[in-house]
Design a protein around this ligand. Structure first.
Ligand SMILES: Nc1ncnc2c1ncn2[C@@H]1O[C@H](COP(=O)(O)OP(=O)(O)O)[C@@H](O)[C@H]1O
Ligand SMILES: [Mg+2]
Length: 354
């Protein structure tokens, strides 16, 4: 069966952690379960999205109907999976969590659809990776709540329609563009998750510190927030690392000085960039004169796969204004050149242009 985890059963079965799939980072599941917000009040930021969802939830409850199908997209770690569980809690329904790579065979998706009860939420992570057959099984299920099945041998082949309970599909993807349009069109609500502001991340960090029983000053939380790439998952990971440092090197309290020292040791700079980000910038600067350079070439030079660069590294670098996507490839911005003291051919040109 393709179910990875079931909200109403206990969590430990989640050994195939859907979070690490997208980011390949080993993650402590008990920590993860404790800090994951369960209600809208605990879910920081994304206020526009939350308001829309609250209205949809209230309307669905009043009409005693399931919610429209929802698609969340955005870079990893911004809270798509979390939000799906929050919605299930707010709707007081069960959620079944799976991901597209686990739905390889038709019987995986059929099995999971037939196991749903009325009002249940089915969460499919990485939904852009669903294969064509599974996708086609999903269409009538999403639209009219039935499965189209064929029975019998070639000569007596019969098509039957099996009704399934009215459910809500929540899909999550890092790449909305990779979704086929018939699938995308079947979602009533489509929302992009945004990077978090420093203030929002400060709140996330303070909440996490409280849950893991660690004292943190506001400046300490801000220092971590500033280096968390706008991403709660990274903020939470850094809180843990800084907490370890504080326990070993100081009195266990995270203040600004302790946070900055620990983050320096972790080689995360003031922009929140880590070694891979910096290598990516350096390679474009040194090997390709600031770009443009094709993503495949860049991936080979960096020793990373294209998907990781596109999904994990690039969105933040673009958002910060360091990197530009052009039709001819990736290019460093003048801002990046200034911040990292990079001289590209174009920059050289400019310096002779006066
Ligand atoms: N809005 C939020 N407020 C507080 N914590 C959050 C929020 N969004 C995400 N998190 C935390 O960040 C981590 C990653 O979130 P997750 O939902 O798994 O991201 P995604 O599914 O988008 O990759 C989780 O540990 C979760 O607790
Ligand atoms: Mg997720």
């Amino acid at each position: 069966m393709a179910i990875i985890s079931d909200n109403d059963k206990s969590k430990p079965k989640k050994e195939k952690n859907e979070d690490t799939n997208s980011e390949q980072i080993p993650y402590d599941m008990s920590f993860e379960t404790n800090i994951r917000p369960k209600k809208f009040e605990e879910y920081t930021g994304q206020s526009a999205l939350k308001s829309t969802l609250k209205i949809s939830i209230e309307a669905a409850k009043k009409r005693e109907l399931p919610l429209d199908h929802i698609l969340f997209y955005g870079p990893p770690g911004l809270g798509k999976t979390t939000l799906a569980s929050v919605i299930a809690n707010e709707m007081e329904t069960n959620i079944k969590i799976t991901s597209a790579p686990a739905l390889e065979r038709p019987r995986d998706i059929i099995g999971i659809l037939m196991s749903l009860k009325a009002g249940d939420i089915l969460f499919i992570d990485e939904i852009h990776r669903l294969n064509k057959i599974s996708e086609e099984i999903l269409y009538p299920a999403m639209e009219d709540f039935y499965l189209d099945m064929t029975t019998g041998k070639t000569q007596t082949l019969k098509s039957i329609r099996i009704p399934i309970p009215k459910f809500t599909l929540i899909g999550a993807t890092t790449k909305a563009g990779a979704l086929s349009s018939p699938l995308r069109d079947r979602f009533g609500i489509i929302h992009r998750l945004e990077f978090y502001t420093e203030e929002e991340l400060t709140k996330v960090i303070q909440r996490t510190a409280k849950i893991i029983d660690t004292k943190i000053t506001e400046e300490g939380a801000k220092a971590i927030a500033g280096r968390s790439r706008g991403t709660p998952r990274i903020a939470n990971r850094l809180v843990k690392r800084v907490r370890d440092y504080a326990i070993v090197k100081t009195n266990g309290i995270i203040d600004e000085v302790t946070a900055n020292k620990a983050l320096d040791i972790l080689q995360i700079d003031k922009f929140g960039l880590d070694n891979t980000d910096r290598s990516l910038i350096e390679i474009i600067a040194e090997k390709y004169n600031g770009g443009p350079v094709g993503i495949e070439t860049l991936a080979t030079a960096l020793g990373e796969d294209v998907k990781t660069i596109e999904d994990v590294y690039e969105p933040y670098l673009v958002q910060k204004g360091f990197l530009q996507r052009t039709p001819r490839g990736r290019k460093l911005t003048p801002f990046a050149c200034k911040c990292f003291n990079i001289k590209t051919a174009e920059n050289f040109q400019q310096s002779f242009d006066f």
